[in-house]
Design a protein around this ligand. Structure first.
Ligand code: HPA
Length: 235
């Protein structure tokens, strides 16, 4: 039974899925790392594939940019297709001096400037946390691989082109490591629907220095986070 945004049949999507924002990145990951690949989605060109890595069945699909898009896909993946482990892989902008370009940030939690959690009607603020098991495994993998990584709070923002150039400074002061745009909605959808989620990002730019990776460097920096993501696929 396809959903509004995914045309896969039930069973065509693995229990573990990697979620890059860019659907062409999903295709590149399937081409490069997976064997026996089948495509399960091309609605809206949001390409999704299932294949095998080291004998383990795994899927990869784009989510688009921002929390509304991530929320649509993660909801359908968990609620309708029974996906259990959702691992966002993406880029983020550093807001701390000690978090450098090309380094990895693994989310212990996501904070937000969005109103996404309003729908739950809570009389307070829910903390959006990653799954501890996935987090622990990813840290172990990054250690074994000898990669430079950080674990902490990311800011999932609704705004990329902020009209206040200093907007991130208060988040810096309170210790957030980097800014991206999807993890918060993914973590809360997973929490509410009973799945496990993690976000692993590579730092593609710095809001402190204004430095940015080139498109080619961005591609290369994905190699390291893919090493971590592939290492934590459950049996
Ligand atoms: N802001 C939001 N999302 C991002 C950024 C950023 O600076 N860099 C990469 N993804």
């Amino acid at each position: 039974m396809p959903t509004t945004h995914i045309e896969a049949k039930i069973g065509e999507i693995a229990e573990t899925i990697f979620l890059p924002g860019d659907p062409l990145r999903a295709k590149a990951i399937a081409d490069r790392y997976l064997s026996d690949v089948t495509r399960f989605n091309d609605v809206r060109n949001m390409l999704g594939y299932t294949g095998y890595y080291n004998g383990k069945r795994v899927s990869v699909m784009g989510t688009g940019m921002g929390m509304p898009s991530m929320a649509i896909y993660s909801y359908e993946l968990i609620k309708v297709y029974g996906v259990k482990n959702l691992i966002r892989i993406g880029t983020a902008g550093s807001i701390q001096k000690h978090v450098g370009l090309r380094e990895i940030v693994i989310a212990q939690a996501a904070s937000t400037d969005s109103n996404f959690a309003h729908q739950f009607g809570l009389d307070g603020h829910i903390a959006a946390v990653s799954d501890f098991g996935l987090l622990q495994k990813s840290v172990e993998a990054a250690e074994v691989l000898g990669l430079k990584y950080h674990v902490g709070n990311m800011l999932s923002s609704d705004v990329f082109y902020h009209f206040d150039p200093e907007h991130w400074k208060k988040w810096q002061k309170i210790g957030a490591l980097c800014i991206e745009m999807e993890a918060y909605a993914l973590f809360l959808n997973a929490a509410y629907l009973g799945a496990s989620a993690l976000a692993i990002t590579t730092i593609s730019d710095s809001l402190i220095t204004g430095e940015q990776l080139s498109h080619e460097e961005r591609q290369n920096s994905f190699v390291d986070i893919m090493k971590v993501a592939l290492a934590i696929v459950p049996e």
